[in-house]
Design a protein around this ligand. Structure first.
Ligand SMILES: [Zn+2]
Length: 119
């Protein structure tokens, strides 16, 4: 359903606040995920090695950071693929008579002006 904002300025600020909120949530989410991964690695190092606390802490945080970078990269790649697919599907052929978008790229009749180029 399309939104019809009555006050564009108020709408802009509402959008900006929403974006800031999502940005904060996003950072919080990443921080929690980072700590969760670091915690798991730290636990693993505690069980399987006899390193001192500093070494375990540093190694687990560094590994978690690298893991997050890799996950971010994968999610970016997954994001890019469907976007390019959607863009490809969105490409419409314009009517040669009136220039309006045809229903499909393979359409042979215009729904707007009624032009017909069936062969
Ligand atoms: Zn047309």
């Amino acid at each position: 359903m399309p939104r019809k904002p009555k006050t564009p300025v108020k709408d802009f600020f509402a959008g900006a606040a929403l974006l800031a909120g999502f940005g904060l949530l996003y950072i919080l989410f990443w921080l929690l995920a980072l700590l969760a991964i670091a915690g798991m690695i730290f636990f693993g190092l505690t069980v399987f090695t006899n390193w001192n606390l500093g070494e375990r802490l540093g190694c687990s945080l560094l590994s978690a950071f690298i893991a997050m970078k890799v996950l971010w990269f994968i999610s970016e790649m997954l994001d890019l693929i469907p976007a390019s697919w959607i863009d490809g599907k969105k490409k419409m052929k314009p009517c040669p008579e009136c220039g309006k978008n045809l229903r499909t790229a393979l359409a042979q009749q215009c729904m707007h002006c009624g032009a017909d180029w069936h062969t």
